[in-house]
Design a protein around this ligand. Structure first.
Ligand SMILES: Nc1ncnc2c1ncn2[C@@H]1O[C@H](COP(=O)(O)OP(=O)(O)OP(=O)(O)O)[C@@H](O)[C@H]1O
Ligand SMILES: [Zn+2]
Length: 546
């Protein structure tokens, strides 16, 4: 009780000052009444409300100025404080991230057992750093820790500390830790969550012009506060999150006793994406035919936040179409919107439509029948981002490295649009420029950087300054690049000629339907007796059980 009262007094200093001023004024007025002559008494009585009004106005102005100047420390913190119990994020809601969750659970156990730990002279952890790409659950995990421990959660983003004026950031850090110590004092422990720590925790060499001094003073204050956390008394735990590599952070922050625990947060793999789709689809009404496996396959490299977003977007699309439940088309449209951007309308002549359809059909058939690691998730002659048509390939599973065969397939797929135009119309269009540039860049990198040419050149030649390279070496390497392009061209030309029935069928369907999904493309391929090669036919293929 006394502790709570003390805390109330500490937190309400301004209120205390106002009450004191008003009390002093009342006492002075009463004293005046008893001392002065009757005329003055009447005047004093008459002036009393005016006096009170003036003092209230003064006090209000004072409070206003205080709030204005300390908006940073006081107001923001109040807003950012979440009481224990207000954030109800259970560990079950954090999908995937198994090893991160295991480490986080250890931290929870330490916070829960803090009394026992203190009895034997141990200290709970001061700082935990969550490192990983955006939208993968860093904030969610920090909240799950606070929920599980039932302790207050103060959260602030790195960018909220930084202002134009030097010293403001440092004072915000001071305020944050002061509040955290108070909450910890009142409620046993407190978690501070600092998102985007890289904004204030950048290494000195990374501090950019302007703002550098302010960032340094903010960072110094953070170091001082973390060193000052005597967890035997205060039980304040700082969890920081960053999207950046931890090498960007100042070494001083990573020293023992500061952020000495690092937890890696990663993008979900295929199985985790399936669970994420399952988890978020349960929250909406969806037709039973939707296969989470197929969705997960399409969503390679997507974060959990992206997946949640796809389902939200699909719900909006379904509502707009006045449907009661979300269906596969809505989900596919939602994914397209996120991946390809909104469709734009370009009026094409029938000839342009035909050429675009054959061009895209060439790409699509090449990916479908011969690319070991890519699938077609959409082929369209509708315009997105100003392009007339496109084939959206997606890797069957995230790849960390690529083999020579995959790169050669990439080049052949890039050239397939040009080849299809030429076979059908005996002429070609300017629509191939991006494809050529992609093919040339891939071939160039194969030869110059990773020793994948045909002529036995091994090494990364791009590190040698061009001026210092002999003309003949440059010529040989460039000839290698051209020879890769030429041999890929010959192969894809032969391949498309052999499979022309497939290209023709896909192009015709595209002209009538404008757009084909993976399943629709598969249907067209079946009509000409073509099937997707089995996983065992490509070594690098990672399939999903269907
Ligand atoms: N592992 C996960 N399981 C379930 N949902 C998740 C997961 N990760 C993220 N989400 C969803 O995405 C939203 C955003 O995630 P969160 O804010 O935790 O990401 P973050 O890693 O902190 O991102 P940022 O670096 O952009 O701050 C969450 O509110 C949640 O709805
Ligand atoms: Zn193309």
């Amino acid at each position: 009780m006394i502790r709570k009262f003390k805390l109330l007094l500490r937190n309400n200093k301004i209120l205390l000052i106002i009450v004191s001023i008003v009390l002093i004024l009342i006492v002075l007025s009463i004293w005046g009444l008893s001392k002065l002559e009757s005329f003055y008494r009447i005047m004093t009585i008459a002036m009393l409300p005016v006096n009170l009004l003036v003092s209230f106005t003064n006090a209000a102005a004072f409070v206003f100025m205080y709030v204005l100047f300390s908006r940073s420390g006081f107001e923001k913190l109040k807003k950012n404080k979440i009481k224990a119990g207000d954030i109800a994020v259970s560990f079950k809601e954090v999908i995937g991230l198994e090893s991160a969750k295991r480490e986080a659970f250890e931290v929870v156990q330490l916070i829960k057992d803090r009394k026992q730990l203190q009895k034997i002279g141990g200290k709970i952890i001061k700082g935990i750093l969550l490192i990983g790409p955006p939208g993968c659950g860093k904030t969610l995990l920090a909240k799950a820790i606070a929920t599980e421990c039932k302790v207050p959660f103060l959260s602030m983003a790195g960018s909220e500390f930084v202002e134009v004026f030097v010293g403001v950031g440092a004072s915000r850090v001071r305020n944050l830790f002061k509040k955290a110590r108070e909450y910890a004092y009142a409620e046993g422990a407190c978690i501070i969550f600092i998102d985007e720590i890289e904004v204030i925790g950048r290494g000195r060499s990374f501090s950019y012009m302007g703002g550098g001094e302010e960032i340094n003073s903010t960072q110094n204050q953070l170091l001082v506060e973390m060193d000052g956390l005597d967890n035997k008394k205060s039980n304040v735990i700082v969890i920081a999150a960053t999207n950046a590599d931890d090498s960007v952070l100042d070494k001083a922050l990573l020293r023992p006793g500061r952020f000495d625990r690092k937890i890696a947060i990663t993008l979900p793999n295929l199985k985790e994406r399936e669970r994420l789709f399952g988890f978020y689809l349960k929250k909406v009404k969806v037709v039973p035919e939707v296969k989470v496996c197929r969705l997960a396959k399409k969503a390679v490299y997507k974060s959990p936040a992206d997946i949640e977003n796809i389902i939200k977007e699909a719900a909006l699309i379904a509502v707009r179409k006045k449907k009661e439940v979300i269906d596969i088309k809505d989900l596919s449209e939602a994914m397209d919107r996120i991946d390809l951007g909104m469709e734009t309308y370009i009026d094409m002549t029938p000839k342009e439509l035909g050429m675009t359809a054959y061009h895209e059909a060439g790409h699509a058939v090449a990916i479908y029948l011969m690319h070991p690691t890519d699938d077609v998730f959409k082929v369209t002659v509708k315009s997105h981002h100003g392009s007339l048509g496109l084939v959206a390939p997606f890797p069957k599973e995230e790849l960390q490295i690529e083999q020579r065969e995959e790169l050669l397939s990439d080049i052949m797929v890039s050239l397939a649009g040009y080849v299809a135009e030429k076979i059908k119309y005996n002429t070609t269009t300017t629509g191939v420029s991006m494809d050529f540039s992609h093919a040339m860049t891939t071939a160039n990198n194969m030869v110059w950087k990773v020793g994948m040419g045909n002529g036995g050149f091994v090494g990364d030649f791009s590190v040698i300054p061009r001026k210092e390279m002999s003309q003949s070496l440059k010529e040989k390497l460039n000839n290698e690049t051209i020879s890769i392009i030429n041999s890929c061209y010959a192969k894809i030309e032969e391949f498309l000629k052999t499979n022309w029935d497939a290209v023709d069928a896909v192009a015709k369907k595209l002209i009538s339907e404008k757009e084909l999904d993976f399943d629709e493309l598969e249907e067209v391929m079946k009509t000409v007796g073509k099937r997707k090669p089995k996983p065992s036919e490509y070594n690098a293929l990672v399939g999903c059980a269907e």
